[in-house]
Ligand binder design. Structure first.
Ligand code: DX5
Ligand code: ZN
Length: 220
């Protein structure tokens, strides 16, 4: 089986030179660019909006994996799609009609993801799993980089992976929060295909972004 895709979260990048940082992780071997959008309401932090996503778009051709932690989310889907998102992921708690939100993302020609907070059960995927391209399992409470991996989420990844296999669906499992060279293989063994890594990419201990990314892939 192919190794995991690595999606560095630019939340841990130097915000004063985001364009350069995006180019640097592209050259360092990142598969996707994970962009954390926070509104100070759904989560206790404020980050970036569609104008910044649009400004970053010319700096790489790698997919933009846009993680929306905003509520209500529906009014902003079109803006992020137009700004250049490739994957748009939403939380079930961020709007009253999850199924409609997913349909809207797909009608904009984008891949649709659903993200589960640590306390949100896999059951929240009932009746939508077959509609989505990706499930994002949060292994920290959303809002900040640099938090500790919550290992109970491994059981959730396993349960979702089993369900995807049983129903023969084409859905990726992404894990987000506290991923480092130690937790990455645990998440992959549980069934994750995409690893988000902010601190471990931008502040990892291997000496370069490329080496930090290789360490996440389990390559020495
Ligand atoms: C948290 C964000 C994460 C965060 C991960 O709300 O969704 O993407 O940037 O940061 P690390 O990898 O440092 O835990
Ligand atoms: Zn994220």
């Amino acid at each position: 089986m192919a190794g995991p895709l690595i999606a560095p979260s630019i939340l841990s990048a130097d915000f004063a030179k985001l364009g350069e940082e995006v180019r640097a992780i592209d050259e360092a071997g990142a598969d996707w660019v994970h962009i954390d959008v926070m509104d100070g309401h759904f989560v206790p932090n404020l980050t970036i909006g569609p104008a910044v996503v649009k400004a970053l778009r010319p700096h790489t051709s790698k997919p933009f994996d846009v993680h929306l932690m905003i509520s209500p989310v529906d009014p902003f889907l079109d803006a992020f799609a137009e700004a250049g998102a490739d994957v748009i992921t939403v939380h079930p708690e961020a709007g009253p009609h999850l199924h409609r939100t997913i349909q809207r993302i797909k009608s904009l020609g984008k891949k649709a993801g659903v993200s589960l907070n640590p306390a949100t059960p896999a059951k929240a995927l009932d009746y939508v799993l077959e509609e989505v391209d990706l499930v994002l399992v949060m292994s920290v409470n959303p809002g900040f980089g640099g938090q500790k991996f919550i290992s109970s989420q491994l059981r959730k990844i396993e349960a979702i992976a089993k369900r995807i296999a049983k129903e023969n669906l084409d859905v990726l499992i992404e894990v987000d929060g506290g991923i480092d060279p130690e937790t990455a293989p645990q998440a992959v063994n549980a069934g994750a295909n995409v690893l988000v890594a902010g601190s471990a990419t931008f502040r990892g201990g291997q000496g370069s972004y490329a080496a930090n990314i290789r360490a996440l892939r389990g390559e020495g």
